[in-house]
Each structure stands twice: as structure tokens, then as C-alpha cells.
Write a protein that binds this ligand. Structure first.
Ligand code: FES
Ligand code: FES
Length: 253
């Protein structure tokens, strides 16, 4: 990476006490920013993650891209950290095995413990990252797909069938969890709809229960020429007029 590129990526170049070029930069690991200062510009991501930042679940095997032990996810893609200059990972989302094991092992880590727990353990974190990337895109991988996906990982102590079984178990658990999450989301949406309908019903009831303004009879102008008996069209009296007529008649009698 040229100095200009490093600057664009948020890195600052300098010189170490031995005269070698150094850089300061920030990585995003497991969702959190991690500041790296005074790193040799050629340090690989594996070294920086393990030795500078303490993510020791990333294993250092061959150091040359052959064993897969150092596999991390960069932007969701499996990447051998030993082959990536750390400063080139600035601005990219990096995932290490730690984020999937603490505080609870995720379905992949749990399945590996069951099916590959007898292995050396050194290779498993990298294999787990590869499995996660596969399951993120393929919820029901075939045995051939699993074999091909894990072909870049060197495990000399367990047969591939163990990893196939682990991947399938993890896929089942993930599918079950996803179905549960969907059912829960549907139930929450239904509850919200019911609550909204209940609120609307309640508002309607309250509206109906409110006292209505007294109904006033329309007032028709009484035109003397059209005045007649109360039952005749046009002979209707103004509101209240009849009452006073009745009262007057009552007083006279
Ligand atoms: S240590 Fe990176 S592939 Fe072996
Ligand atoms: S799990 Fe490490 S060699 Fe098999």
C-alpha cells in the first residue's frame, strides 16, 4: 500500500527507531474499533490480531496461506490473515472466532465441540470461520459442498466426515433458531396489530359514550300568509311557540 493509499484508509505513516516505515491505523474487529500504533508497514493481519490486539483464537500455523488455521472473516468472506497486510484491512469488518464463542458458543462452535472435540483444537477456530461463511449463504450444504469449502484447511487428526456432520448439525440448529426467531417476530407483529385494533375500538367506544349536543329542531320561518293549522304544511310553529300557546290556553281555562 502506498503512503497515499494508507492515508486514504485512515492510516498514518512514520519511521520506526530502526528506520523502517511504521504506520498507525484502526481496525474494526468484531464490531469494535481497535487502534494500532507504530506497526511495521509489512506486518500481516495475523500478527497484528494475535500479538498486538490479543485475539489469540486466530491461530498461527504455517504463516504462508497453506493450513487455514488463521482464517478470519473480512466483510463476511473467509480470509487467511497471514497473507493480508494489516494496514490493508483498515475500514473492513473483521470477525475472529472469539466473537462466536463468548459468552456462549454459537451453533457452529457447539457442533464442532461435539463432532470434532477429539481433534487437536488448533485447526478448529479457522475451520469454524469457514463453516460460518458457508452456512451464511447455504443453509443446507451438501457433503460435497462442505468438503470443497473445507478443502483449504489441513486437519490430520480427524476424518472429513466429522466436519460434514458438524456442519450439518450446525445448519439444523441455525435453521431451528431462525424459524423460532421468525415465529417470535410474527407473534410480536400480531400482538402489535391486536393492540392497535383494541385501541381503535376503545377510542370508538369512548366517542360513542360522549354526550351529544342537544338536537335542535330546524326553524322554519313562519310566513303569515302560509300560516295554518299545526298539521298543515307551512303552518309549523317555531320551537317553543306551541308551548307558550298551550300555557296561555291552560291559564285561560
Ligand atoms: S497460518 Fe495462515 S494459512 Fe496457515
Ligand atoms: S483438529 Fe487440528 S489437526 Fe485435526
Amino acid at each position: 500500500m502506498s503512503e497515499a493509499d494508507a492515508g486514504e484508509a485512515g492510516a498514518h505513516a512514520g519511521a520506526g527507531s530502526g528506520g523502517w516505515p511504521t504506520v498507525d491505523f484502526e481496525l474494526t474487529v468484531n464490531g469494535a474499533p481497535q487502534r494500532v500504533t507504530g506497526a511495521w508497514v509489512g506486518e500481516n493481519l495475523l500478527f497484528v490480531l494475535r500479538e498486538r490486539l490479543g485475539f489469540t483464537a486466530v491461530k498461527d500455523g504455517c504463516g504462508e496461506g497453506e493450513c487455514g488455521a488463521c482464517t478470519v472473516l473480512m466483510e463476511g468472506r473467509p480470509t487467511t490473515a497471514c497473507l493480508v497486510p494489516a494496514v490493508a484491512a483498515t475500514g473492513l469488518a473483521i470477525e475472529t472466532p472469539e466473537v462466536h464463542a463468548v459468552p456462549q458458543p454459537d451453533p457452529v462452535a457447539a457442533a464442532l465441540a461435539v463432532h470434532a472435540g477429539a481433534g487437536c483444537g488448533f485447526c478448529l477456530p479457522g475451520i469454524g470461520m469457514e463453516m460460518r461463511a458457508l452456512l451464511a449463504h447455504n443453509g443446507k450444504p451438501s457433503a460435497a459442498a462442505i468438503r470443497e469449502t473445507l478443502s483449504g484447511h489441513r486437519c490430520r487428526c480427524l476424518p472429513p466426515e466429522r466436519f460434514i456432520a458438524a456442519t450439518r448439525d450446525a445448519a439444523k440448529t441455525l435453521a431451528h433458531k431462525q424459524a423460532q426467531a421468525r415465529a417470535q417476530a410474527d407473534a410480536s407483529a400480531q400482538d402489535a396489530q391486536d393492540a392497535q385494533a383494541e385501541r381503535e375500538l376503545q377510542a370508538e367506544r369512548e366517542l360513542q359514550a360522549e354526550p351529544q349536543p342537544p338536537h335542535e329542531s330546524p326553524i322554519y320561518p313562519r310566513v303569515p300568509a302560509q300560516a295554518g293549522e299545526r298539521t298543515q304544511p307551512g303552518g309549523r310553529a317555531r320551537a317553543g311557540e306551541n308551548d307558550s300557546e298551550h300555557e296561555q290556553a291552560g291559564a285561560r281555562s
